[in-house]
Design a protein around this ligand. Structure first.
Ligand code: AR6
Length: 174
C-alpha cells in the first residue's frame, strides 16, 4: 500500500519524482499552486503546456484528468497537471476530485515515479471545503492501484495540515 506523508509548506520546494499542479483546463497558468509552479519552474513548463494544447488538448484538459510535463527549474523531476472541480459547479459530487488523484497517480506510474507530492486540489480558488477535500483525497490515494511508493500531501498552512493529519489518523501522520 502506498505510504502517505504530510508536509507543511510550499509545494514548489519539494524534491519528489513528480509534483502535482492544481491547474485549470487551459493549462496556461493561473494563481495559487499553478502560479507558484510556473513562476518558480520557469518558462519551460509553459512551453510544454502550450505544446500539449496544440497536440492533444485543443479544447483544454478536462476536469478530473491529468497530464505530465517537464518540471523546468523545480527540484522535482516532473510536473503532473490536473484540473480539480469547482465546488459550486460540481454540487460537491466527490467523483471528479477523486479522479484527479487517481489519474495523477496513473500518469505517475507511466513516468515511473515513486514519490509524488500533491497539494490540496480544489481547496483554494475552486472553493472545496478542506475537511471534505482531505477525506476524498486520502480515500482516493488509499484506494488507488499504483506503483507509487510515497504520496506526500503538501499543505500550505497549519490549519490545512491539521485537517489532513486528523484524516490520516495517528498511525500515518508524521
Ligand atoms: N504550495 C502548496 N499549497 C499551496 C500553494 C503552494 N505554493 N499555494 C497555494 N496552496 P489553488 P484550486 C494551497 O487555488 O483550488 C489557479 O488559479 C491553497 O492554500 O492553488 O484547485 C488555477 O490556475 C489551497 O489549499 O487551487 C486554477 O484556475 C490549495 O493549495 C485554480 O486556481 C489549492 O489552491 C485552481 O484552484
Amino acid at each position: 500500500m502506498v505510504r502517505i506523508t504530510l508536509v507543511q509548506g510550499d509545494i514548489t520546494a519539494e524534491k519528489a519524482d513528480a509534483v502535482v499542479n492544481a491547474a485549470n483546463s487551459s493549462l496556461l497558468g493561473g494563481g495559487g499552486v499553478d502560479g507558484a509552479i510556473h513562476r518558480r519552474g520557469g518558462p519551460e513548463i509553459l512551453a510544454a503546456c502550450e505544446d500539449l494544447r496544440r497536440s492533444h488538448y485543443g479544447k483544454g484538459l478536462p476536469t478530473g484528468r491529468a497530464v505530465a510535463t517537464t518540471a523546468g527549474r523545480l527540484p522535482a523531476e516532473h510536473v503532473i497537471h490536473t484540473v480539480g472541480p469547482v465546488y459550486q459547479v460540481s454540487g460537491s459530487d466527490p467523483s471528479l476530485l477523486a479522479s484527479c488523484y487517481r489519474e495523477s497517480l496513473r500518469v505517475a506510474d507511466e513516468l515511473g515515479a515513486r514519490t509524488v507530492a500533491f497539494p490540496a486540489i480544489s481547496t483554494g480558488a475552486y472553493g472545496w471545503p478542506m475537511e471534505d477535500a482531505a477525506r476524498i483525497a486520502v480515500e482516493a490515494v488509499r484506494g488507488a492501484e499504483t506503483s507509487v511508493e510515497e504520496v506526500r500531501f503538501v499543505l500550505y498552512d497549519e490549519q490545512a495540515y491539521q485537517v489532513f493529519a486528523e484524516q490520516l489518523g495517528p498511525s500515518e501522520a508524521e
